[in-house]
Ligand binder design. Structure first.
Ligand code: IVH
Length: 677
C-alpha cells in the first residue's frame, strides 16, 4: 500500500474514534476514556494534519472537537466534604431512620422536628461567598475535592453574584442542585438521554458560552461552611437565603412525625409529574441545626438526613440469557441479560437476579417476560415473571454450583445467625482470575488507591494483556507495551505514571480497606488503622506465630466483632494473600494513621464506656471521644486510660476491674464537665 494510503487509513480510524468519544461525552454524557486520553487522541490527529496537509481535505479535527475541554478543570478542595444521602424506600425504613436518631440523641419520648424537601435530580454544586461576593463555584467531584466551574455557574443569571444584606456571614457556602427544566429539555432532547445528563454536560463545558446556551436553573438546599454561624434551623436558613435572592424550592414542609412524613411523601409523589423538574424522592432533614451537629456523619452520609425515594420506575422485557458474575468477595451473582428497554430514561440491558434463592423463589427462566425496576442509581432488579406469557417447553434454570474459574462454590454459615448465607461464593480469592480482576478494580477505585486514568475498563484491558495479575504489578507496569496500545499516547502514559506514583503514598486506613478483607469496609478499616497506628504494627498480622495474639487484642475494639476477627485471620492465613499483601507493602509508602482530630481533649487516650448517660447515647459519647482524638475500646485492659461510667446501670464488674488496674474513672457528672470545659 502507498504510504499516503496507510496514513489516510490511520487518520480515518482515529477520526472515527474521536467522533465516537465526542458522542459519548456530549450526547450521552458517559465518556469511556479519560480527558487525558481524549486530549492525546486529539493531539495525535493535529500532529498528523500538520505533517500531512492533504489530510485536512478529508476532515478537520478543529471542526470536530468543538468545545471539548482541552484541559481538566482546576481541582479545589471543598471546605466541608460533599456527602451523599442514605436511602429509605418505605415507611418502615423511615421509622428506622427516626429510631436511630432518637437512640443516638437519647431522645426517648421527645419528638424530633423534620423538614421535608424535594430531592432534585440534577447535579450538585457549591457556591462560596466571601463578604457577600461569589468567589468560588465547585462541582461535587469525589466529595472531598471538586472542580472549579465558577465561570459556568456564573452564566446562570438567577445565582446571586453578590448578596446585598448586612447580615450575611463573612463566609457563606451555599449547596445547590443544578438542573434543566423539563420544558427546556424538550427543545434539546434529541441531543441527550435525559435532563440530568444535559445539565451535567452543559456544566462541564470548558467554554462558559456553551454552558449559557443550555438554560440551567438551580435550587439552593443547604450549606457547607458558614462563619459566623447565624442560623438555628434549616427552615430559617432557607427562608433567609430566599430573602437574599437565592432560589429555594417552594415545596419544603415542616414535619412532626412519621405519619406526616408518609403523607407528605404521597402528596409530592402525586404532584411529581406536574412539576417542571425531575425529582426522585424527598429529603427529610432534622430541622434543628444544633441536633444536626450532634448527630454528625458516618463516613459517607449525614446521620441527620435521609432520601425517601419514590417508587421505582418499571418496564417489561424478555430474558435473553442468564449469566453469572463473580464479585471481589467471590460472590456469585446471577444476571439476566434482557432485551434492551428504557426505564426512566435509561436503556437497560442487564438486571440483577441477586442469588440462587431469588431465582428459585420467583422461578425465573430464560425466555420469560419479566417486569424490571430501576430505583435511582441502583442496578435494575427483576420484580416478577409474567407466567402467562411463558413459552411451552421452557426449562427451570439450574444454578451452576461452580465458579467461572471451575472451583466449587460454597454457601457460608453466618457466625451470628447460624444460618446459611443466601449467596454462593468462590473462595479462591486471588487464585480465581475472575475474583482477582474484581479485587484489582476495587484496589484502584476512588475509595481505595484512587488512581486517575486506571479505571475498571483499563484494568480489564491490562489484565487481558497480562500486564497486571496482582496489586503490586500496578507499580511495575511495562509502559513500553502500553505505548503500543490503541488509545494510549505519551501524554496519557505520563499522566498515568504520575497518578500511580501519587497513589504509592497512602494512609494506613485506605491501605487496609484496599486489600479487601471481607467484613472490613471503610469504617472498620479506620478502626483498625486507629488501633495499629502504623504499618509496622499492622504487619504483625502477617506473622503467623503471633497473629492469634494480635487478633485477640482486637476484641477490645468497639465495632470489631468475632466475624471481623475470623475474617482477618482467614485472610492472612491464605498463602496467596500473604504473598500479595507483602509484595504490595514493598511498593508503598504507607502513612501512619492520623485520626479525625488528634489534638482534642482525649488526644491519644483510650476510653471505654459503661452505663447509660442522661443527655446522650453511647454512640454519641463514642463519637465525641473520637472527634476529640480519643480511641474507644470495647473491653477493660491495662491499655485503657479512662473508664467513663454513666449513672444508669453501669456494669459493676467493669468498674471493679478498672479500679484494680488503677484505671482512672470518669463519672457522668465529670464527663459532662469535661465536655463543657
Ligand atoms: S441535602 C448529603 N437536599 O442529593 C448532604 N440534597 O444524595 C445533604 N439533592 O449531593 C444533602 N436535592 O446533590 C439535599 N433538597 C435536597 C436535595 C439534595 C437534591 C442531592 C444533592 C446531594 C445528593 C445526595
Amino acid at each position: 500500500m502507498a504510504k499516503n494510503e496507510e496514513i489516510k487509513l490511520l487518520y480515518n480510524k482515529k477520526i472515527k474514534s474521536l467522533k465516537k468519544h465526542n458522542k459519548l461525552y456530549f450526547t450521552n454524557d458517559s465518556p469511556e476514556i479519560s480527558d487525558a486520553d481524549y486530549d492525546n487522541l486529539k493531539f495525535e490527529l493535529i500532529e498528523l494534519e500538520k505533517k500531512y496537509p492533504f489530510l485536512k481535505k478529508i476532515e478537520s479535527v478543529s471542526e470536530i472537537i468543538g468545545a471539548k475541554p482541552s484541559n481538566k478543570f482546576k481541582k479545589i478542595k471543598h471546605l466541608q466534604p460533599m456527602l451523599s444521602l442514605s436511602n429509605a424506600f418505605n415507611k418502615s425504613d423511615m421509622e428506622d431512620f427516626l429510631k436511630k436518631i432518637k437512640n443516638f440523641l437519647n431522645y426517648e419520648e421527645k419528638q424530633i422536628e423534620l423538614i421535608s424537601e424535594p430531592k432534585i435530580d440534577g447535579i450538585s454544586a457549591t457556591l462560596v461567598y466571601e463578604n457577600g461576593i461569589l468567589t468560588k463555584g465547585l462541582s461535587r467531584g469525589d466529595g472531598s475535592t471538586g472542580e472549579d466551574i465558577l465561570p459556568n455557574l456564573r452564566t446562570i443569571s438567577t445565582i446571586p453574584k453578590t448578596i446585598k444584606s448586612k447580615e450575611v456571614p463573612t463566609l457563606l457556602e451555599i449547596r445547590c442542585e443544578i438542573f434543566i427544566s423539563k420544558k427546556d429539555f424538550n427543545k434539546i432532547k434529541h441531543k441527550f438521554a435525559n435532563p440530568r445528563n444535559a445539565a451535567s454536560g452543559s456544566l462541564r463545558q470548558k467554554d462558559p458560552v456553551e454552558t449559557s446556551k443550555i438554560p440551567l436553573k438551580y435550587f439552593a438546599y443547604g450549606f457547607g461552611s458558614i462563619n459566623p454561624m447565624i442560623f438555628k434551623k434549616q427552615s430559617e436558613f432557607l427562608e433567609t437565603i430566599k430573602k437574599w435572592s437565592f432560589i429555594t424550592n417552594p415545596l419544603g414542609q415542616i414535619i412532626q412525625n412519621l405519619d406526616e412524613a408518609e403523607e407528605q411523601h404521597k402528596k409530592i409523589d402525586e404532584l411529581r409529574s406536574s412539576l417542571d423538574y425531575d425529582i426522585d424522592g424527598l429529603v427529610f432533614k432534622v430541622n434543628n441545626l444544633n441536633l444536626q451537629k450532634r448527630l454528625g456523619n458516618t463516613s459517607n452520609s449525614p446521620r441527620w438526613a435521609i432520601a425517601y425515594k419514590f417508587s421505582a420506575e418499571k418496564a417489561f422485557t424478555k430474558i435473553k440469557d442468564i449469566i453469572i458474575q463473580v464479585g471481589r468477595t467471590g460472590a456469585i451473582t446471577p444476571v439476566a441479560k434482557v432485551e434492551p428497554v428504557t426505564v426512566g430514561g435509561v436503556i437497560v440491558s442487564n438486571a440483577t437476579l441477586h442469588n440462587e434463592d431469588e431465582i428459585k423463589k420467583k422461578d425465573i427462566r430464560v425466555g420469560d417476560i419479566i417486569k424490571i425496576q430501576r430505583a435511582g442509581d441502583v442496578i435494575p432488579q427483576v420484580v416478577s415473571v409474567d407466567i402467562s406469557k411463558r413459552e411451552k417447553g421452557s426449562k427451570k434454570y439450574v444454578f451452576p454450583n461452580k465458579c467461572l474459574c471451575g472451583a466449587e462454590t460454597k454457601k457460608e454459615l453466618s457466625k451470628s445467625t447460624n444460618k446459611e448465607d443466601a449467596v454462593r461464593r468462590c473462595l479462591k480469592g486471588y487464585d480465581c482470575k475472575f475474583t482477582a480482576k474484581e479485587k484489582l478494580k476495587h484496589i484502584v477505585s476512588k475509595e481505595a488507591f484512587n488512581i486517575d486514568g486506571l479505571g475498571k475498563k483499563v484494568i480489564e484491558q491490562f489484565w487481558d494483556l497480562n500486564l497486571i495479575r496482582e496489586p503490586s504489578d500496578i507499580f511495575d507496569l511495562d509502559y513500553s507495551k502500553i505505548e503500543k496500545l490503541d488509545g494510549w499516547g505519551k501524554l496519557s502514559i505520563n499522566n498515568l505514571k504520575k497518578a500511580i506514583k501519587k497513589s504509592q503514598s497512602i494512609p494506613l486506613d485506605k491501605f487496609i480497606f484496599s486489600i479487601g478483607i471481607r467484613h472490613i469496609g471503610q469504617e472498620n478499616a479506620k478502626i483498625l488503622a486507629s488501633f495499629f497506628s502504623s504499618i509496622k504494627e499492622f504487619i504483625k498480622l502477617l506473622d503467623f506465630k503471633n497473629r492469634k495474639k494480635f487478633l485477640y487484642s482486637l476484641v477490645d475494639l468497639d465495632g470489631i466483632g468475632e466475624t471481623q476477627i475470623q475474617s482477618i485471620d482467614n485472610f492472612f492465613s491464605n498463602k496467596t494473600n500473604f504473598r500479595i499483601v507483602s509484595n504490595l507493602i514493598n511498593k508503598l509508602n504507607i502513612k501512619s494513621y492520623v485520626g479525625i482530630n488528634n489534638d482534642g481533649k482525649f488526644s491519644n487516650k483510650k476510653l471505654m464506656f459503661t452505663g447509660g448517660f442522661k443527655n446522650m447515647s453511647r454512640s454519641e459519647a463514642k463519637a465525641i471521644a473520637e472527634n476529640n482524638g480519643g480511641k474507644v475500646l470495647g473491653s477493660i485492659s491495662k491499655n485503657l486510660d479512662f473508664l467513663v461510667v454513666g449513672d444508669s446501670k453501669p456494669t459493676k464488674r467493669k468498674v471493679e476491674q478498672a479500679k484494680q488496674l488503677k484505671i482512672k474513672i470518669i463519672l457522668e457528672k465529670d464527663w459532662n464537665k469535661i465536655l463543657n470545659s
